[in-house]
Design a protein around this ligand. Sequence first.
Ligand code: ADP
Ligand code: MG
Ligand code: ZN
Length: 514
Amino acid sequence: MSRIRGIETKIKVQKDVFQIQQGFKNGYANAIRKKSDDDSFDKDDAEKHQIDELLHKLPALDQIFEVHRKIGEGTFSSVYLGSLRRHSTLPAADRRWFAIKHLVPTAHPARIEHELRCLQDIGGKHNVIGVDLCLRHLDTIVFIMPYIPHRKFSEYVGEMDWEELRRYMRALLEALRHVHSFGIIHRDVKPSNFLYDRDNKRYLLVDFGLAQRVCVSPDEPAAPRPASDPAQDSAPTLAHSNKRTRDQLEDDSSPGAKRVALDLTVESKRVNVSTDLSKKLTGPSKVQLPKAVALKREAATCACACAGVGGVCAGGGCATRAVARAPRAGTQGFRPPEVLLKWPRQSAAVDLWAAGVVLATVLLNRYPLFRAADDVSALAEVTELLGTAAVQRAAHHLGRRVVTSVRRPGMCLRKLSAHLRGAAPPRPPSAPPRPPSAPPRPPCARCRRPAARCLCPDENVSASSFEAGKWVAGFPDSAFALAAHLLEPAPAQRPSAAAALSHAFLADPAPHTT
Ligand code: ADP
Ligand code: MG
Ligand code: ZN
């Protein structure tokens, strides 16, 4: 019944908007002059109708709250700014403000309950959003949460200096440490889910709509843990317990096509992704991304003649291979290699990778950092940054095989940051600062570019080691080391949130001087 009423209301909105547009058509000149006013008027009007509709469907909300305007919209919710009716005569500064999250009525009840439980059990401290109230009538459900003013990440990412970045990352990792201590993986860590009130230095991790409980999956044996494993306290693995519709939508492929994404090599979808990143950083001699990336199970399990070839055949081996199933909820650009490779035993390390993407985004001042539309292209982007060897090694630990037609050396985050930010290239590890009168360095033997334009990673030095007192593009060397550590392609080598918080970039009280 309520749905039918909802549809009627929507039709009415469209009709009203149509009438308004007709009105504008009558005065053409007027309409041209007021084009932008017209757009915002339509938007405001539609928004007002949405609010009216919500209040109509949920009278209890109307009784307690004034709903002012829409402040956010995700795939599966609309979020509104609200205040208590009994505060309506108070000045704005004295009122309590709330974010009212209205979940789409098609969301699965179990998923809604899970999100609410996360908010109730985990939220309210350590920079994690809590919930004050949940109201429901039939299929209309809202969560009432504390409101935090914030701006879009894209508006301040370029303004963040190292101290602000340090506070921001500390707050994010504290939130993740707290969430993970409950055996919960957030799965959708990204700037639009980590709200930042810059003026008051307040932070909130929101949106537990994709959160999953960690538990052991019997499907697949655990990956061998590399010998030097710093993540002693990393979380146990995760079973596919809470599949959200968004997962399917963001996958933009049917279950059948999903199998293509895993089992097919990219014969049919050649990866020729010219990322923004590669365009900007390489100038005239553009870096070519791998032309083909093939994701395959271990050759041992693939008896087909096409094993290791960039394509898929119609032969028995390919056709009979089992479809790999693994959680892949999350947002493209923030998914780690184990998700892209459909490894079922995912852990809290998924969130640490996303935190690494956020850190690298600020260091490189490129948002979004990764922008591929599908998993294979996303893996190609990761390979471009981290190098083919590192990604293949990680895949091997996960029982997967990545085949590329072109081997990428990877890129040095420090050099890339200096290049993108127009700063002086970093001096090689442990080399003394060069005096301005020093002769130019010889070109790089690997990429043959002049030393100042070489982006090759430093050989023999781990990207996650750092030198105290060294600065690159206005950031301490330790910030790049932490980013490299969080962006470890093998999940078992990624630090836990607790370990990351004790990293020198975040832990030292005042370790850095320029
Ligand atoms: P979805 O699950 O649809 O992505 P979110 O919970 O992420 O919903 O909320 C969508 C947007 O609404 C956020 O990106 C943010 O801009 C805004 N928002 C959510 N919660 C709050 C809050 N507590 N305070 C202020 N804005 C919020
Ligand atoms: Mg969200
Ligand atoms: Zn080079």
